[in-house]
Design a protein around this ligand. Structure first.
Ligand SMILES: [Zn+2]
Length: 141
């Protein structure tokens, strides 16, 4: 399934990560499911294609593929996703303001697929909301 990140509008298309080249909102056609107008959410490019992510008012999502001359090539399924924050990319000072060393260690271990102590992770999870309030970063491990 092709995924569009809710915040960054990065597109995961056939396993590739594509940064948006435009976030223009244009009417780009009609929804094949409900006939409402389709509005673009983001535009992406590859070497040979334009990719347009669009949705209708009923939240049907679609990914339209065009060649470089804007000839339509096909429609694809699309879903909106929320990229998980990589804990290792968060400044240590911020983590340490809320979490203990053991909690930080086990959040990292869990995200990296390594063994961790469940209790530490449970304790850390109870603080995610506080962390989000303080730093505006939503952790989801
Ligand atoms: Zn629709």
């Amino acid at each position: 399934m092709n995924q569009l990140d809710e915040l960054s509008r990065t597109l995961i298309f056939e396993g590739r990560r594509l940064e948006p080249v435009s976030l223009e909102h244009n009417i780009v056609g009609f929804c094949s499911k409900c006939d409402m107008d389709l509005e673009s959410l983001a535009y992406h490019t590859t070497e040979s294609n334009w990719l347009v992510c669009a949705h209708c008012k009923n939240e049907h999502l679609i990914l339209m593929r065009y060649d470089r001359q804007w000839n339509w090539q096909g429609d694809y399924d699309l879903e909106i996703c929320k990229e998980k924050v990589n804990v290792s990319s968060i400044a240590k000072e911020k983590l340490e303001a809320v979490f203990t060393q053991a909690e930080i260690r086990d959040m990292l271990a869990c995200q990296q697929g390594l063994p961790y102590t469940r209790q530490n992770l449970y304790r850390a999870r109870a603080k995610y909301e506080k962390f989000e309030t303080l730093f505006g970063i939503k952790i989801d491990v």
